[in-house]
Write a protein that binds this ligand. Structure first.
Ligand code: FAD
Length: 402
């Protein structure tokens, strides 16, 4: 088997193949030089200095060895031949497999027309995180975080905890507006202003301006206004890594388009941040950029390959997406498929104390739950979402739960 992308989803696929008894060869192709590592600590414990880089390893060396994988790290896949199930690498080699797992993840979106300047960062890799950490230690006088999504918010939180001056800039009126809606987005904004972050909402960044030293000096907004900055972290979302698959015949559309079983073509599956598939539970096509999905879909995709090889139909992949984010002393969790215009109801706790759970409803169903330091409630309502419970049932559970 060939697995392209040697990170979370790819490794879970490899592990599942072995757990399910696959004894053939498994080759892992990955363009990063390091053995697989975990990304969530990058914007938390690595940025704060609490952890050294080696703690992010996804597996201990003995565990990796036990999987008996063939490694091709530091090389990039540049093409896929669907019929031959072969992958061309940038060093000229062509690898063939009985099955192929596409797990090439996503990379940060960058600002349009931004010339390269020192002091400007995105955050996806261990190298990015260590570089940002290094800058934090040099005590920049003003950090500007562009984008108030989960990554931007975590970077802002760590920077504040390091005593740095931080401005968080967001094009929407509140953070995470499209996902959480105006009311809960405003709560996220307040968490940051409580901790001394300057928030500039509804502000579109036009460009970044550098000085003669080649370092960023100012952020220029589309209305012409300017903000001083000597460090900028851009967290404006990600784009799936699918360019290398162009011309392969696979359907691409904001990700590798799969069927409901994660199959992209016969013998070819996709998983993790790069995969788009119709999730029957929500009757919606989705691409999910969360840790838990990379784990679950990596496993599901591997099982799909084995089912296909055995001549069986695969199972539909129907998870309730789930995500967490650590900001200051809050653990924020979101499960389900929420939208800006969903009905929102706080079912437990106190929004003022930032310790609560709120559920999201649409078309008579519970579709999401947001928790601030309320993990039990997030899991409780996540189960209701998984069972396609009605909004009324969810409200009745809330009543019973007190
Ligand atoms: C800083 C940060 C913090 C996060 N925090 C959280 C969190 O708190 N909670 C949460 O739920 N999720 C979090 N996430 C999201 C989570 O880490 C991702 O959803 C997960 O890493 C996706 O795994 P993946 O294997 O699909 O993709 P990736 O982890 O992106 O791995 C894809 C791999 O494929 C490689 N690759 C790409 N193209 C090629 C190619 N052509 N050839 C060879 N290799 C290639 C990439 O370099 C990479 O190594 C965070 C992500 C980041 C970046």
């Amino acid at each position: 088997m060939l697995i392209v992308g040697a990170s979370l989803a790819g490794m879970r696929a490899a592990e599942t193949l072995r757990l399910e008894g696959f004894e053939g060869s498994i080759t892992m192709v990955g363009d990063e030089p390091e053995p697989p590592y975990d990304r969530p600590p990058l914007s938390k414990e690595i940025l704060s200095g609490e952890w050294q880089a080696d703690r992010t390893a996804l597996y201990r060396p003995e565990a990796l060895e036990a999987l008996e994988l063939t490694w091709r790290l530091g090389v990039r896949a540049v093409g896929l031949d669907i019929a031959g199930r072969s992958v061309a690498l940038d060093d000229g080699e062509v690898l063939r497999g009985d099955g192929v797992v596409l797990a090439t993840g996503a990379r940060p979106r960058t600002l349009r027309n931004a010339e390269p300047l020192d002091g400007v960062y995105t955050l996806r890799s261990l190298t990015d995180a260590l570089a940002i950490r290094e800058e934090f230690l040099a005590q920049p006088s003003r950090v500007v975080v562009v984008g108030a999504g989960f990554i931007g918010a975590e970077v802002a939180a760590v920077a504040r905890e390091q005593g740095l001056s931080v401005t968080m800039v967001e094009i929407a009126e509140v953070p995470l507006q499209r996902v959480l809606g105006a009311e809960m987005g405003a709560v996220c904004a307040e968490v940051h202003s409580d901790h001394g972050v300057d928030l500039l909402m509804g502000a579109a960044v036009g460009s970044l301006v550098g000085g003669d030293d080649g370092r960023v000096h100012q952020v220029v907004f589309s209305d012409g206004s300017r903000l001083e900055a000597d460090m900028v972290v851009v967290g404006i979302g990600v784009v799936p890594n699918t360019e290398w698959l162009e011309g392969s015949g696979l359907r691409l559309g904001d990700g590798v388009v799969c069927d409901e079983t994660c199959l992209a073509a016969p013998g070819i599956v996709a998983a993790g941040d790069v995969a788009r598939w119709p999730n029957k539970l929500f009757a919606d096509s989705m691409r999910v950029e969360h840790w838990d999905n990379a784990v679950e879909q990596g496993s599901a995709a591997a099982r799909r390959l084995l089912a296909g090889a055995a001549g069986c139909a695969g199972a539909s992949y129907t998870p309730v997406p789930w995500f967490w984010s650590d900001q200051y002393d809050r653990k924020i969790q979101l499960a389900g498929r929420t939208r800006e215009d969903d009905e929102v109801k706080v079912v437990t706790g106190s929004v003022d104390e930032r310790r609560f759970a709120a559920i999201y409803g649409r078309a008579g169903r519970i579709v999401g739950v947001l928790g601030f330091n309320r993990p039990r409630h997030v899991m409780l309502y996540r189960r209701l979402i998984a069972s396609a419970a009605s909004w009324e049932e969810a409200l009745a559970v809330a009543e019973g739960d007190g």
